[in-house]
Design a protein around this ligand. Structure first.
Ligand code: NAD
Ligand code: DAU
Length: 350
């Protein structure tokens, strides 16, 4: 039996990865380590929490001593590292949390893996999940490949870039068997409503303004979260040591076009007159240092590992909207309490 640590498993992408691994690999013991910050929510895993191969450990990856004890207790065979502070806007408001979790936390995990694996790393793997934002911002043409030079431009992407460099350094210096991936924007169920799609669904439902940064001309490459989880499974099991794989949806949308499409779907789902939800669109001050365009060239993972997105955007987007409408309780639960304070600081007091 293999024991696999998944960090950040109570968050958006992590919960999909935990669910996939727990269900697909009953012969593995899956340990989900999560601090349960505002973005972590055990309700994301209600459907699998009682399965015998699943264990939850609440803790902080910046706590070096606790991490070292946890690795001693479970003697993990593999690590899938997703835990991070992940929201660009929050990194602009408070960079230090990002430095601590994304950089120091990652190094604590690398050190703990190195300490228990020693020189015999047969069958071991440390998988670091990263983002396309480390590559910077594109103009109108081109896509990010695995060899695009790093050019991070927000505290979030700089902290992720730093952790990527450290993971690679542990491969070259200490021969730690690492693998990395850099993915584009994910969408789907269980995403915290500080990110564009769930935030705007929530606001449309509640007839609140839709705060579009700048002119809404920025472009993102959207991928359904379950397709990302499948790519993670494949890379974890079949990727090569020391390699990086770019993951993307080949699905670019200018923000304003995506938002208009969302408004149309919401009008239909909520029985509103066509154009009603779009009236909520409000242009607000642009995000500081807002990257214009991200787009991923995912040729390498397709050619080497045979991965491609399986969910068409029209299908995935509709299913996502339906999920947030059906799971109103989940949305209401995560938007109570501290969320209100965050929202006021981010949008109202600009
Ligand atoms: P998320 O914010 O939804 O979840 C992050 C999880 O990490 C939460 O459960 C949180 O409680 C946990 N966490 C935060 N700090 C911690 C700490 N100090 N110790 C332990 N746990 C801690 O993030 P997400 O969107 O699911 O992103 C997961 C990973 O994927 C991140 O590394 C992110 O950089 C990367 N990524 C995200 C996207 C995206 O579109 N969301 C795209 C590419 C890559
Ligand atoms: O590209 C991968 C990254 O995608 C991940 O690494 C990050 O963890 C994830 O948060 C996401 O980053 P973005 O900054 O692209 O996502 P966000 O949902 O915050 O914003 C998407 C776009 O929408 C971006 O151009 C900013 C814009 N936006 C966002 C919000 C929250 C608005 O116009 N208004 C808003 O209120």
């Amino acid at each position: 039996m293999k024991t696999i640590l998944i960090t950040g498993g109570a968050g958006f992408i992590g919960s999909h990865v935990v669910r996939l691994f727990v269900r697909k690999y009953p012969e593995y013991k899956i340990v989900n380590l999560d601090k349960l910050t505002y973005a972590g929510n055990l309700a994301n895993l209600n459907d699998i929490e009682k399965l015998p191969n699943y264990v939850f450990e609440k803790g902080d990856i910046t706590d070096e001593k606790w991490i070292s004890e946890l690795f001693g207790k479970y003697r993990f065979d593999g690590v899938v590292h997703l835990a991070a502070e992940s929201h660009v806007d929050r990194s602009i408001a408070n960079p230090m949390e990002f430095i601590m979790t994304n950089i120091v936390g990652t190094v604590n995990l690398l050190n703990a893996a190195r300490a228990i694996w020693g020189d015999d790393t047969t069958g071991k793997r440390f998988y670091h999940i990263s983002t396309d934002e480390v590559y910077g911002s594109l103009g109108e043409d081109g896509k990010f490949t695995e060899t695009t030079p790093y050019d991070p431009r927000s505290p979030y992407s700089a902290s992720k870039a730093s952790s990527d460099h450290l993971v690679r350094a542990y491969f070259h210096t200490f021969h730690l068997p690492v693998v990395l991936s850099n993915c584009s924007n994910n969408y789907g169920p269980y995403q915290f409503p500080e990110k564009l799609i769930p935030l705007f669904i929530h606001n449309i439902r509640n007839n609140k303004p839709l705060p579009v940064y700048g002119k809404g001309e920025n472009v993102r490459d959207w991928l359904y979260v379950e397709d990302h989880a499948k790519a993670i499974d494949l890379i974890f099991h079949k990727g090569s040591d020391g390699e990086t794989y770019n993951i993307g949806g080949n699905n670019e949308w200018q923000n304003i076009r995506l938002i208009q499409e969302l408004c149309r779907i919401m009008d239909r789902k909520l029985g509103r007159a066509e154009g009603e939800s779009a009236k909520l669109i409000t242009y607000v001050k642009d995000r500081a240092g807002h990257d214009l365009r991200y787009a991923i060239d995912a040729t390498k993972i397709k050619e080497e590992l045979g991965w491609e997105p399986t969910i068409r955007f029209t299908e995935g987007f509709e299913a996502t909207v339906e999920w947030y409408i059906t799971n109103e309780g989940w949305l209401n639960n995560v938007t109570s309490g501290d969320y209100q304070k965050y929202y006021e600081q981010q949008y109202v007091k600009r």
